[in-house]
Design a protein. Sequence first.
Length: 738
Amino acid sequence: MNQTKPLENDTSSTSPETIELSISGMTCAACAARIEKVLNRMEGVEATVNLATEKAHVRYTPGAVSVDTLITAVRKAGYDAQEVVEASHAEEKARRVEIYHKELRLFWISVVFTMPLVLQMVLMISGAHVEILPRWLQWLLATPVQFWIGKRFYIGAWHALRGGGANMDVLIALGTSMAYLFSAVVTVLGLHDQHVYFEASAAIITLVMMGKLLEMQAKGKTSSAIEELIKLQPKTARVERDGQIIEVPVDSISVGDVFIVRPGESMPVDGEVIEGHSSVVESMLTGESLPVTKEAGSKVFAATMNQQGLLKCSATGVGSHTVLAGIIHLVEEAQGSKAPIQRLADVISGIFVPVVVAISIITLSLWWWLSGDFTVALINAVAVLVIACPCALGLATPTAIMVGTGLGARAGVLVKNAAALERAEKIQTLIVDKTGTLTEGNPVVTDIVLCGEMSESELLRIAMTVEQGSGHPLAVAIVEKAQQAGVRPGAVSHFAAVTGKGIFAEADGQAIWLGSPSYLLEQGVALDMAAVTRLQAQGKTVIGVASGEQVFGYMGIADKLRDSSVQAVARLHQMGIAVVMLTGDNRATAQIIAAQAGIRDYVAEVLPQHKAAEVQKIKASGSVVGMVGDGINDAPALAAADVSFAIGAGSDVAIEAADVTLMRNDLLGVVDAMRLSRTTLSKIRQNLFFAFIYNVLGIPLAAFGMLNPVIAGAAMALSSVSVVSNSLLLKRWRSIHS
């Protein structure tokens, strides 16, 4: 893979854009490497080409190049390209099916012409000393296979050579042409003491076509995850218009439309429940098998299954703006991306074909010189050309990535790109934010400790007045407690918040400090440390309310640990991963929460702006660091980590900054992500080993005359199929929740 280079037009005010090009004409890893090289030579362009998906992911600067320029460059390199049109999955599948059936017809025609030739070869090997088919008939049967069925190899070879590269087509065209032309010359000159090898040239082309057909089938299965996601969304929906319920295509629904979902039906789009009460299965999006209760005000998502109740909903997300569409887009981007582990295969593929041609020429020369038999030398040289196709190298990584990311999506683990999937396997230390990650993120006020003569309702009124405009989870807990007590807020002015510490405000004309004990101490407030320590010893966050040097009271706020956190931490430890908790809470509270979760290492009293520094500190120790968070204040730390995970219920900023989004709201999703990463990378290594060992053993065997060209052709065809099939074995992987 080419090293990513900086855009050379950064001084321009034009922002880089990203497009996908559908590439046709690629036959092996050398083709993908060639197109990548051509595109990356252009000013302001960063491109990766995926052989398995037959697409190029291109980031370019509009001021430097245009889409037409990119397409023209690909065509000059000997291939065809067109911009991928969004939302054309059905058309794309229909196109692939049409191509497959066309190839299948040509394959069977090739089989009809080739079988008599192969049958004669088998009889000759079995001991028959007379050619059953006249040579002119053998020539007649081999010619349409060579120049009609095999025309694609000549066209592909010509385009590749004209573009300054060489690919599989060059090897096949060169090898089969040598066997065919030698046999044709022998037939025309009537050299009956020489063998003819029409069956070799025809059989090689037929076997290569068979391998490509099997490969097309297998590659189709690797992308089945996306097709399954697309099938989940219904084609029609029941919409309320002008007081009537009518059935309309899903594509015609607009934001704000009211739709009805009966029991047993799927949600057509994203929405919010207006009326009704039911439970909805969201496993297709989150991997969570248990139904989720839905009532007025609840969010519903396209493709999720309504169970028993009738729901009336208002559409909030349609078309490409649904959660399902976002998942599909993310999976497609991940499947089209390239893992760093593929770099070695790309480098080798770029120089592979010229090296193989050189080995073939050396084989021909040495055998002819040493044995004096040109026929034997030719056949061995042909075998070298045929056995050495680098298809398997090009498919080893992307097919496993396609299957792995698809499986992740079905389990509620959305991987942004292949590089993140690869890095996740290497994580040694996982840093977890406490609130909303280890805990449920819904803190509640559990204790109120009064000081002096102030009543509980008055303390809640002051706290509610100060906190009423804040969206912080602790502020929400205080406001909810006050509302439950029937308290109304007063007027507030001169509001000033100190991030991670507390608030100063004037409430009803009185100067109020509200925040952590350490914040109040900084303001010179005298605290009852015995009361504070007692609450902290119970694992609760303490918030004090004071005016001047007088403290009015304290509130103990608890956030329940997620049921799955203890199990997740235990599994991470079993996997050899150190877990570190980060929290803004005081050390006593942090110690208790960490102990409850089974975490040995924690860092307490960390301000939001210092979380990234803590990540960098652990990275500096030489550890590969993962970070899990859910809030806006986690975004810098997520960006600083080697691999970042965002809880799906978290903020959009956190999700945008993260490499992996967990649709389930628990830490077990991280365990699934790491298990999936390890399994996928193991499969990639197996694929690369098979691809490398195949060529390492195959080329010498062919060069030493130990492989017949027909056998070499069959082995070459099956090598790609075996790599793709090995990737499909990934489908046996199961989520923890399966």
